[in-house]
Design a protein around this ligand. Structure first.
Ligand SMILES: Cc1cc2nc3c(=O)[nH]c(=O)nc-3n(C[C@H](O)[C@H](O)[C@H](O)COP(=O)(O)O)c2cc1C
Ligand code: SF4
Length: 411
């Protein structure tokens, strides 16, 4: 029987998140002391060598982001935590913030030291009231103890924190749109490049990472890059928090080494299929994710291994469907979600999203065959992927392409 391996979730339910002393008793904030005794470049080197990849969805090297932000010219730099958590089926960041806010603060302070930022922001989903409360308490307590603020642990390093509530839009989780929103503007995307590492918040170099990503940093500093890299797979080192929902007996959050299979996650962790129903499909990575069938059950979960199968790991969301569910209905609800969240700034997405839904409606009215409709969905979403201004308009291609690959007959 495989068991969990917890890094980001290692303190969950082990202390009262309202008590900083409990966190300190568990060895919390020791990694900061260790980090402050090193040069910022050494911290960046450790993160780079650990092989940690961003846990927000894209899987970009966290060490490289640190390096690029560090190399960018600028007297002022920022660290931003993406705590918007808008991807359907994803609830890992909320768990970390509600139950272990200090691990996030610790990871962010170390990252701020690495790139020499004096201000850190947490952009948090506005509905996450409990997470917001816990973080506010944690920041105040850390400030009182001199862990946040001026001259942290007498090192001469200063960093302060601010929490900003999200604007209630899925698109505001996209890093450059988030930055716009953080600056007080409407949540419209910016054209990339420049990337945040070069020109981010208020035009300054900015390191932006997901909650789970930051929560791995203290562990990497404490245990070393080599140890971290020995976990997981060669191209996807470390652990990942998977959030499993749908037709399983024990939906929830599970942190394991990368390389675990979907079958192990469903049957060993989530207790198997509910009511002994047969496994039919899983959606990996949320709405901007991919459908897979039973042929992927034994594929090791990792960025590259799933890519070879035409699938994505994304945020780690896994929505499990039994034979009773309809791929068509699920596709429709995903497309409705995208249409609702489109900001309307560019034509391919503003016009394309309703067009995709129109095709679905025509199938329901028996005006269009399903095979033909799927081909048209693919054609339109490919066009949108090529011509839309930001990643949201480029997203429908992901689920649609995977349906063509795995569920063409069942659509
Ligand atoms: C439409 C859209 C929504 C996104 N929402 C989130 C989100 O809620 N949380 C998140 O961490 N990343 C989200 N991302 C990914 C971010 O743009 C970015 O890749 C992430 O903040 C980088 O952090 P990481 O390197 O630690 O993963 C979203 C991306 C897109 C295109
Ligand atoms: S792709 Fe969609 S969400 Fe992105 S800018 Fe265009 S309309 Fe807005």
């Amino acid at each position: 029987m495989i068991s969990e391996y917890r890094i980001a979730l290692k303190n969950i339910d082990k202390y009262d998140p309202n008590q900083i002393d409990d966190y300190i008793q568990l060895g919390g904030y020791e990694a900061i002391k260790k980090a402050l005794g090193k040069k910022p470049e050494e911290i960046i080197e450790s993160v780079l060598n650990s092989g940690l990849r961003g846990r927000g969805g894209a899987g970009f090297s966290t060490g490289l982001k640190n390096k690029f932000t560090n190399q960018s010219e600028g007297l002022e730099k920022y660290v931003v935590c993406n705590a918007d958590e808008g991807e359907p089926g994803t609830f890992k960041d909320r768990i970390i913030m509600e139950k272990d806010p200090h691990i996030l603060l610790e990871g962010m302070i170390i990252s701020a030291y690495a790139i020499q930022a004096s201000k850190a922001y947490i952009y948090i989903r506005g509905e996450y009231t409990e997470s917001i409360e816990k973080l506010e308490v944690a920041i105040n307590q850390a400030r009182e103890k001199g862990i946040i603020g001026k001259n942290i642990f007498n090192s001469g390093f200063n960093v302060d924190f601010e929490i900003k509530l999200g604007a209630g839009s899925y698109l505001c989780g996209e890093e450059l749109t988030l930055i716009e929103s953080l600056e007080g503007k409407r949540g419209n995307p910016r054209i990339k490049p420049p990337f945040p590492a070069e020109k981010g918040l208020f035009g300054k170099p900015t390191l932006i990472n997901n909650v789970e990503t930051f929560s791995h940093i203290p562990y990497i500093i404490e245990k070393g890059a080599d140890h971290y890299k020995s976990l997981g797979t060669e191209k996807s080192p470390g652990t990942k928090v998977f959030t499993i929902s749908g037709d399983v007996i024990k939906p929830g959050y599970y942190e394991t080494e990368m390389g675990i299979t979907l079958r192990q996650l469903i049957y060993d962790f989530a207790g198997g299929m509910k009511n002994d129903k047969e496994f039919y499909a899983a959606i990996l990575g949320g709405a901007a994710g991919t459908f897979v069938n039973e042929s992927v059950l034994d594929t090791p979960m990792g960025y590259d291994t799933l890519k070879e199968k035409g699938a994505v790991l994304g945020s780690g969301a896994i929505m499990v469907m039994s034979k009773e569910r309809s791929i068509f209905d699920m596709t429709q609800s995903i497309l409705e979600f995208f249409k609702h969240e489109s900001c309307g700034k560019c034509v391919p997405c503003r016009v394309g999203m309703p067009q995709l839904l129109l095709l679905m409606d025509r199938v329901k009215r028996n005006e269009l065959g399903r095979v033909e409709a799927l081909d048209l969905l693919l054609y339109e979403s490919e066009y949108m992927a090529k011509s839309s201004l930001c990643p949201l308009g480029q997203s429908p291609i992901l689920p649609i392409k995977s349906i063509k690959q795995y569920f063409e007959k069942q659509f």
